[in-house]
Write a protein that binds this ligand. Structure first.
Ligand code: BG6
Ligand code: MG
Length: 218
C-alpha cells in the first residue's frame, strides 16, 4: 500500500490526555449524581464535548436547559484544563515524535484529526505544532466522530484522496469515522476495545513507519 499522508487523532494517540478527559467527565458525572464507568468512557472517546454531555445527561435521565448545559461543559473543560495544564514535550507518547519526524522526512504529509477544541494548545505544549501540515479539530467540525467529517476535512486540506491517507485512532468512534470516510485505519490500544479496526498496535514505541506498513500488509 502506498500512503501519501497520515492523519493522527490527538487524545490517546499523541498524548495521554484521554486519561484527563476520563477524570474530568468522571468529576462532572459525580457532581451530577450520574454513575460513570470505564465502559461509558469508551463510548465517549473521540466524541465531542457537547455530544459527551448529552450522553451523560441521557444516562442520568436529566433534562436541562441550554444555559445550564453550557455551564456544565465549561465546568468539564475547567476540570480538564486543570489536569492538562502541565502538559510538556516529554508527555508525547513514546515513539510518536520520531514517527512524525520520519513521515515528514519521507515526504508523507501529516494532519491532525481531533474532536478536541483544546488541540492547538496541547500541541503547542508538546512542541509538536510544527510537525503537522494541517490541523482539523473540534473548532472546525460540525459533526462529531463517528461521522467522518474531521478526517475528510483533513484529507481535503492536504489534497489527498482518503484511500491514500492512513488514520491513527485510539477510539472506536474514530475508527468508525475513518472507515465511514473510506480511510485505512490503524487502531492504537487493545484489540478487545477496537474490534472494528483490522490492524491494532499498542502504541508507537518500537514502531517505525516500515513497521506500521508491515503490520498493514500482514
Ligand atoms: C476527543 C476526546 O479527542 O475530544 C474526547 O477523545 C473529548 O474525550 C473530545 O470529549 C472533545 O474535547 P474537548 O477538549 O473539546 O473538550
Ligand atoms: Mg482519541
Amino acid at each position: 500500500m502506498v500512503f501519501k499522508a497520515c492523519i493522527f487523532d490527538l487524545d490517546g494517540v499523541i498524548v495521554d490526555t484521554a486519561a484527563h478527559h476520563f477524570v474530568a467527565w468522571s468529576r462532572l458525572a459525580e457532581e451530577l449524581g450520574v454513575p460513570f464507568s470505564h465502559e461509558d468512557n469508551e463510548q465517549l472517546k473521540g466524541v465531542s464535548r457537547v455530544d459527551s454531555l448529552e450522553y451523560l445527561l441521557n444516562k442520568g435521565g436529566l433534562m436541562l436547559d441550554p444555559a445550564t448545559k453550557l455551564k456544565l461543559m465549561y465546568r468539564k473543560n475547567a476540570h480538564y484544563l486543570e489536569l492538562a495544564r502541565n502538559t510538556e514535550p516529554a508527555d508525547a507518547l513514546p515513539g510518536v515524535r520520531s514517527l512524525l519526524i520520519e513521515l515528514r522526512s519521507q515526504g508523507i504529509k501529516v494532519a491532525l484529526g481531533s474532536s478536541s477544541k483544546n488541540a492547538t494548545m496541547i500541541l503547542e505544549r508538546l512542541d509538536l505544532l510544527e510537525a503537522f501540515d494541517t490541523l482539523v479539530d473540534g473548532n472546525h467540525i460540525t459533526l462529531s466522530k463517528p461521522d467522518p467529517e474531521v478526517f475528510l476535512m483533513g484529507a481535503k486540506a492536504l489534497g489527498i484522496h482518503p484511500a491514500e491517507c492512513l488514520v491513527f485512532e485510539d477510539a472506536q468512534a474514530g475508527i468508525d469515522a475513518a472507515l465511514a470516510g473510506g480511510f485505512p485505519v490503524v487502531g492504537i490500544g487493545q484489540v478487545s476495545e477496537l474490534s472494528r479496526a483490522k490492524v491494532v498496535i499498542p502504541g508507537f514505541s518500537n514502531y517505525k513507519w516500515s513497521d506500521v506498513l508491515r503490520e498493514l500488509e500482514a
